[in-house]
Write a new protein. Structure first.
Length: 394
């Protein structure tokens, strides 16, 4: 039987040189997912990365070394984390590196001649775009608004029976005094722009994280019978348990009902079917056509016909954005660009035929757009940044 480490080295080498078949690519990804040896993975990652040629103008030596360090250091710092978790993180780091390294092999294989290579890689650095951050607009019941990025920490306003404040950590907090019988309700809306993300602590103690280009509409105090909110875009929920008051989330023409649990809802219109992914607990998702109960690890997709289809997925795929990562799994150029557009607040323009590529791996959401575009160019996607536009060329 062939030595697993020798086979892994062979697969890595074939990837780097653009010679791997579809089955060999899948075999390599399977090795990465199942590997239980940090040292072996790290050795081949370093070897492959050091063979990249930074003199081609895409990445400087400094940027290349920083990217490698970032990948190899992408492990939890909490000493209480187990060995299994640290290995898991390195697998994801390996997948992120392969996202770049696979593309390099494919690029050299696809480039017809050196002149083409120069034309594609010698792009002048016109500008750069920083990653998104904690930005959101809070619209109050009277129509007035508070820009949270510039608001100081501390008390912001009063809405109904709730005091609204911004914590030192930059979280929007609704504090409704218990036992208040008046239950004065004001409807508020928290919305994030492109390049924005925000966290809110609702009056019942539930936590909600909003992704870019998203919103949540909610009362300043939940009534005694139920808790109901409405969202657009994407949001991650950690719902406080309260058996007497079900928690309902409305989005598009569907609704999720829970008692206490954690889940993610992605309902961007441009992404097609809305998707609800259950992390823990249980939820019911329903519309006029169906009523489906999810188990942890299941994702429900609501199709345009109203039909609900369920499947099991890797939970990290659904909540990567909340943890500061892009997660790509066989993602097309268009899928990648939609995510980049929302997070970096850029307009994506296609100056010709859209390249046919698929990307699998993780990339940090904390890097500038130029670093991501450098990865894409390694993968054979000819792109450049001009102000607030990202242009994809043939």
């Amino acid at each position: 039987m062939e030595n697993p480490e020798m086979r892994l080295e062979e697969l890595f080498n074939r990837y780097y040189n653009g010679l791997a078949t579809a089955s060999e690519k899948e075999e390599l990804m399977a090795f990465i997912r199942s590997s239980k040896d940090d040292a072996v993975l790290e050795k081949f990652l370093k070897k492959g990365w050091e063979e990249l040629n930074p003199s081609d103008g895409i990445l400087t030596n400094e940027t290349s070394n920083a990217m490698l360090s970032s990948i190899l250091d992408a492990t939890p710092k909490d000493e209480k984390q187990t060995k299994v978790i640290r290995i898991g993180w390195l697998r994801y780091a390996a997948a992120a590196a392969v996202f770049v390294l696979i593309g390099l092999g494919a690029w050299w294989k696809l480039a017809p001649d050196p002149a083409t290579k120069i034309a594609h890689t010698a792009q002048p650095k016109i500008s750069d775009v920083k990653p998104g951050g904690a930005k959101a607009l809070l619209t109050l019941s009277d129509g007035s608004a508070i820009e949270l990025a510039s608001a100081k920490s501390g008390f912001l306003t009063r809405q109904g029976d709730a005091e609204v404040s911004k914590s030192q950590e930059g979280i929007l907090v609704y504090n409704a005094k218990p036992g208040n019988a008046t239950e004065k309700v004001s409807i508020n809306t928290l919305s994030t722009p492109k390049g924005g993300q925000y966290e809110v602590l609702l009056p019942d103690g539930s936590k909600v994280w909003l992704n870019a280009s998203s919103s949540i509409r909610f009362p300043s105090t939940f009534p005694s019978s139920e808790r109901k909110v409405e969202i657009t875009g994407e949001a991650y929920f950690e719902v406080a348990k309260d058996k007497s008051r079900p928690f309902r989330v409305k989005f598009n023409k569907s609704e999720v009902q829970v008692l206490g649990t954690s889940f993610n809802i992605m309902a961007y219109p441009e992404e097609g079917p809305s998707k609800t992914t259950l992390v823990e607990g249980s939820v019911f998702i329903r519309n006029v056509n169906q009523n489906t109960k999810l188990k942890p690890g299941q994702q429900a997709a609501v199709l345009s016909t109203g039909k609900i289809k369920t499947r099991y997925i890797a939970l990290d795929e659904a909540v990567a954005w909340k943890n500061g990562m892009f997660y790509f799994k066989d993602a097309s150029v268009e899928e990648v660009m939609r995510q980049l557009s929302r997070w970096y607040d850029v307009e994506v323009l296609y100056a010709g035929k859209i390249p046919v590529r698929q990307f699998t791996g993780r990339v940090s959401r904390h890097v500038n757009l130029s670093e991501v575009s450098g990865m894409l160019r390694y993968a054979g996607v000819n792109c450049r940044i001009e102000g607030s536009r990202m242009i994809i060329e043939p």
